[in-house]
Write a protein of this length. Structure first.
Length: 292
């Protein structure tokens, strides 16, 4: 195992498998423990899980912040504690059957910058504990709404009780909660029947490596350089003394408006992330050539 094996890889997760299993599979294939995922996907869900390897594990937060794309299927006229099929589903006695136009109108309020209450069955921390653990104990939860952004929310199919939607949203958005809130606005209830994450930023499902194909050779071949994790950041090329100074932990003057900048050497390899220091100058954090 080469110490310099670093990068990012998009894995297409099948249903019924945890994101942890995906990480463990990549770790085994590459014979390294320096592996982490950028954004959990529920076991029932399928699709893109981005895995960071080696140095790139320090870039997880940047990947985590990328926009997510999903397709989801909801079943109207029923509810469950977890807002999906993980917990027992209760059917409404005389459910309302909203028209497609009524659903279209209700979707408008869920687009853009909104406040969303997380699902009770989620990994959100409540008083230092995971919400789903408290929910399973039957505790009444009042989770604080969080700001999220929903850039796209479109109906892809509708034949009651099934409603298909396509979604583009910020990190931290609960797709289950979109169905819950949409149904509530229509005077009914909904559970999420299926969910596919079709993209995380530039990492798209069609080019992701299926979990079943995570072999040592295929995983190495699919590993993208660490720069792929931060392609959305502005870029600065460091050469000569400027590069040496930065790698040694020195502060750089940069005429940049951004708080974080991808720093590359003259070969285009990522050497770290320049972050604005309190002095207004920039320092490499993380620094892949130095120690930080």
């Amino acid at each position: 195992m080469h110490h310099d094996l670093s990068g990012v890889i998009a894995i297409d997760k099948p249903g019924g498998v945890t994101s942890r299993r995906v990480v463990d599979g990549v770790a085994r294939a590459l014979a390294t423990r320096a592996v982490g995922h950028a954004g959990t996907l529920d076991p029932l869900a399928t699709g893109v899980v981005v895995v960071c390897v080696g140095h790139a594990t320090k870039l997880v937060d940047f990947v985590h912040g990328l926009r997510k794309h999903y397709t989801a299927m909801f079943l109207l006229g029923r509810s469950s504690p977890s807002d999906d099929l993980e917990t027992p589903v209760t059917e409404e006695r005389a459910p309302l059957r909203p028209t497609r136009d009524e659903i279209e109108n209700a979707l408008r309020a869920l687009r853009g910058d909104i406040l969303q209450r997380p699902c009770d069955y989620s990994a959100v921390h409540v008083q230092g504990r995971r919400a789903y653990k408290l929910a399973r104990q039957g505790r009444d939860l009042v989770l604080a709404a969080k700001p999220v952004r929903i850039d796209r929310l479109e109906i892809t199919s509708y034949a009651w009780p099934r409603l298909g939607v396509a979604i583009e949203c910020s990190s931290g958005t609960f797709v289950r909660a979109i169905g819950r809130d949409l149904a509530a606005a229509l005077g009914t209830a909904a559970v999420m029947e299926s969910l596919q994450r079709t993209a995380v930023g530039p990492f798209v499902a069609p080019s992701a490596l299926p979990l079943a194909g995570v072999t040592p050779a295929a995983t190495r071949a699919a590993l993208l350089p660490p720069l792929a994790a931060v392609g959305h950041l502005p870029r600065a090329d460091l050469v000569g003394e400027r590069l040496d100074h930065a790698v040694r932990g020195g502060l750089l003057d940069c005429d940049l408006p951004d708080a974080a900048v991808a720093a590359c050497d003259d070969t285009g390899e990522l050497v770290g992330i320049l972050r604005r220091h309190e002095s207004g100058r920039y320092r490499l954090r993380p620094n892949f050539r130095g120690l930080g």
